[in-house]
Design a protein. Structure first.
Length: 216
């Protein structure tokens, strides 16, 4: 009887171990077209976050990857800003190999809660202007970057899909207001609005022929 209980207990432990190993882990889905990231566990959506991915010329690569590194206080070795000897920013969006003025220095861009998944590319806290604006990384609001950072581990699958919505014109200071197009001015007798079908024409006294039959 005791041996049967021992065998049953052993089978139960083995079953629990198999179930634990089969439990689905987290994965990250990054939608370039919608500029959204999703933290998924099994078939359940855990978190979603808006993004800013790579802009034209620095597009975020699509594909299937895995998390290869996590670093809470990461700084870019490639991008940042350049300041002069007085600490004033002279180049806000600088590359690491750009010329630095005498007395100035290159300051690497902070990438807090960095989760690397493809070469130098990773997810991190950053500014979201409302359109793709990064050098290839995946920017998130800081509170969401913290949540993703704490939930996933090295080896977590990351799937990047979709096509980046390209901007007609990139501005590092955000979308610029459209400039009004100059309207052509017509004389009253040549104004095309006067000849539009379905528009009731009104008599314009300026078009009246003088009594002597002459016209200006």
């Amino acid at each position: 009887m005791a041996s049967r209980k021992g065998i049953f207990a052993l089978l139960l432990l083995l079953l629990c171990a198999v179930c634990a190993s089969a439990a689905p882990g987290y994965r990250v889905e990054i939608d370039l077209e919608q500029q959204m990231a999703y933290l998924v566990r099994g078939r359940s959506l855990v978190l979603s976050s808006p993004l800013s991915t790579g802009r034209s010329g620095h597009l975020t690569e699509s594909g299937s990857f895995k998390v290869i590194e996590k670093e809470r206080n990461h700084f870019s070795s490639l991008y940042g800003k350049i300041v002069d000897a007085n600490g004033r920013t002279v180049v806000r969006d600088a590359d690491g190999d750009m010329r630095v003025p005498r007395g100035g220095k290159f300051i690497p861009a902070p990438m807090r809660y960095f989760v690397r998944f493809n070469g130098a590319i990773g997810m991190h806290a950053g500014y979201l202007p409302g359109y793709p604006a990064s050098h290839g990384c995946v920017r998130m609001p800081e509170e969401m970057a913290i949540a993703f950072f704490n939930a996933i581990d090295v080896g977590t699958p990351v799937h990047v899909f979709g096509r980046t919505p390209l901007q007609r014109e990139y501005s590092r200071y955000g979308p610029q207001p459209a400039q009004p197009r100059p309207q052509r001015q017509y004389g009253p007798r040549f104004d095309p609005r006067a000849f539009s079908p379905g528009v009731q024409r009104r008599f314009d006294p300026r078009l009246a022929v003088p009594p002597d039959g002459s016209q200006d």
